[in-house]
Every structure is written in C-alpha cells, then in structure tokens.
Design a protein around this ligand. Sequence first.
Ligand code: AHR
Length: 501
Amino acid sequence: MDKIFIDFDHSNGIITPNIYGHFAEHIGGVFYDGLWVGENSKTDNIHGFRKSLVESFKKIAPPILRWPGGCFAETYDWRDGIGPRAQRPRRVNWWYYEDRRIETNHVGTHEFMDFCEMVGAQPYVAANMTSLTPLQIRNWIEYCNFPAGLTTLSDERAANGAVNPFNVQYWGIGNENWGGGGQMTPEQCAREFIRYTTICRSLGTENLKFIMCGANAHDLNWTKRLMKEWATRHWQEVPTWGISIHYYTCTYSGKDDLNFDESQWYDELFRAAFMNRIIYDHRFIMDEYDPERKLKLVVDEWGNWHKNGTGPSKGYNLFEQQSNMRDAVVSALTLNIFNNACDIVGMANVAQLCNNLHSLFLAGGDSFIETPNYHVFAMYRSHQGAKHIKSSVLTSAIENNKYGELPMLSVSSSIKDQILTITIANLDITASREICISGIGRTVAGNGEITVLSTPDPMTCNTFENPTAVMPKTKPLHFADGNSITVPAASVVSLSISLSE
Ligand code: AHR
C-alpha cells in the first residue's frame, strides 16, 4: 500500500492564485472562432466572446490571462487593435508563414480587457521588445493605465469607450528573445529589457510588474548570463518583478496525442516531471544575483505539445490538439509541482486556452467542449490562495537514464478555512493504487468529498459528438486519519476534507 503524510507543521507559504494562470495568443483558432465569434454571430456571445466559454471559464476562477502572444507579440503593434473595429487594419502576423491567416485585429486591447473583466481575470500583457520602440510600449502602458482627462493617450482610450483605466499591472517585456523574439544573446536581452523598462519608469512604476524573458526549458546558461547582465542595472532604475521560463512537454516530438503505448505514456510523464528540476535549478542560478529572492519565477508557457492536427479543425487551426487522460495527468502533476514550489513560482500560464496546445476548451461554430485539462483546473480550484501544506509520499517509482526516478504518485495539499485539499495524480497507467493518508501534527479527519477523473481507456477524449466522455465524478466522503482510498490507474483525484479536529 502507498502512503501519503500530510505534514501540517511544514508549509512553503501561500499558493498564489496566479499559479493557475492562462495564456491566449493570436494564433490559429485561439481567438477567431475560438474565444471570439463576433457580436453579430449566430453563436451566443457576450460582447462578441463565445458565451458558453465565458461561463465555463468563470467557474474555474482564472486569476490571470496572458495576451497577445507568444511569438505573435513580437510583431504586434497595439495601435492596430484600437478604434472602430471595421476600420482596423488587416495584417500579416507572426504566424502567417505557418498558416497563411491574416490578423483582422477584431480583438484588440479593449476587447481583451473586456474579456478579462467578464471572467474575473487580471490581464498580463506581453509587450513587443523586438520591433516596437520603448516609447511605443511606454505609450501602450499610458494608454491603458492613466486616468481619463490627464493625457492625450488616456483621452483616446476614453474616446474609444473605456473611461476607466484598465490598470494593467503585469507587463512582459519580450517573448522568447532567445528565439523568435530577435534571436538575442542573453546579454542583449537583459540590456534591452533594462532599456525598455527604464523608459517606462517615467510613468511611475509602483503599480507595474515587469517580467523579463528567461530561458527555454532547462537552458541554465541563458539564465546565468541573463542574470549576470541584469545585475549590472541599478535596482532603483529598473523595477523587475519576475523572470519567465517556457517549458513544453513533448515539443515537436512528432507523436500523435491520440495514440500512445505504455512507454510513450511514461516518456511524456518523465518529461513533465522534469518541470520540478527546471524550477529549482533556475532558482539556484538566480540566487547568485538575487539572493533575497525578490524576483519571481514565471512559467508563462507550459503544457504538452503534440503533433498538429488532432483537434476538431483537423489541422486548420495551427497547433490545435486533442486532450485525454495523459494530458490531464500532466496538468495535475505540473500543478502539484507548482503548488509545492509556491515559494518560488510567482505565476504560471498554461498554453493555450482554446483550440491550441494543452487547451482547456475546443470550439468552432456552435460547438464547444471542455477538455480533461479543464476538469483538472476545476478540481484544483480550491488550492488558489490557500496555505500550502507539505506532503510526502511513499510509493514505487520507475527509472529512466535521462530523467532519473518517476514516482507513481504526485501529490500536493493545502488548507483554507479549515478545508484541507489534497490533489493526487496516479501516474501508473496499468494499476489502481491503494493509498493510506495520515496527518503529522494534526489528524486528517472530517467530512468532505472525493472527486475522481478517470476513463477505462486513457486515450478517450471529449469531442463535439461526445462532449462528456471524460468527466469528473464526485462522491461524499467521511475520512478518519489513517484511512485509505483507492485511486484508479491513470487518474486524477482531489479530496476536500472539512477538518473536524
Ligand atoms: O504557444 C505557442 C508558441 O510557443 C508561442 O507563441 C511561443 O512563445 C512558444 O514558442
């Protein structure tokens, strides 16, 4: 039997809701016919956004949404997306070379802010550091955040329909500047970041949180050189809130997400579990230049990246893929890693919200579904803002030369208002596991519920034809310390217990 110990005497702090962040880029079908259907569409919408999606998204309390890219950001001029929609320019955008689709700019700054307000998320804007000037970025911030009546730009915003400032706090300066964002060296990237943010300082920066472009995956050399250069700035002149990393599991592996064998299942989970190493190794490097840990680590793109074309659009929407229990287990494992590293990870954004990589939603025309990833976010919702509780696990593991050990259970736990949440992913694709759960420093006892996400065949997906093939099931639970539960093979489980003692 496996064992989980919930150690009430040890915590890494509060799990910031921002760990449960999202990402929506202008790419393929994320916006057009995904999130956005237009105000005159036959599809039910709120101010042009797909109503079913807005309502479903709200239920998981999205804390933050990153936009407009990704790579798209590095050729995006925000001025194209303001003013009367019919008069906005049509542009070749970053992704044109892949899918020959033109950006209509029907979703711009105002529409994005409206969507954020509808779903209750804070905006996180990724600003272009490659092909716009620092002054143009500074002007975008002024346009968004200054009170109407104070400047010409804030008056322009008000004339465009938003009298109240958008108050955007989070600004990413640059995206993947080691690659599509200008193919910079880390030193160049740090210097550019300093140049852009120094110009922005004129706005008054007390409410601005700037995020610098960090490494691709485990590229520690990038981080070391970036941090070294960044450390040459004067702290007073350049406010920096965080440094980003991007990590995709299975990037361009060429594997199909709908068909996998046992070894491919574990291969993907080994790669996903590597997120833990990435986080701690980066923090170790960052500590040399930021010993007080003022900088947050921002994992602003993560998820599985499978072969294109398995989604409902059959490849028309760039990078659109289906999701099944393998993706759900990766979601659960990754969110457990972030919860357990909540003292380091200040934000994370799953890529991407709809009709793309590791999506929570698939949509097109009047069809709309929630993927298994969505259900994991729903099951983990109560971790947001809760106090992390350390958990330790006794279970078996498998080994791999490159990645080391992969324990068969991934766990995190938290407490809020005397409600203990324990989330578990069973990575074992063939066997259910019996797990004994007990507390240290306090007993795990009380009434609550258990929710299980699993399917007899882990490759099952939700589709437009069968939207509820993969659904969580919830049952009441009376739990006493030392009781055991059985978790199915390849499943995600959440326990919510109202502690009675
Ligand atoms: O999420 C798709 C793309 O992946 C993003 O545009 C880019 O930042 C990353 O390479």
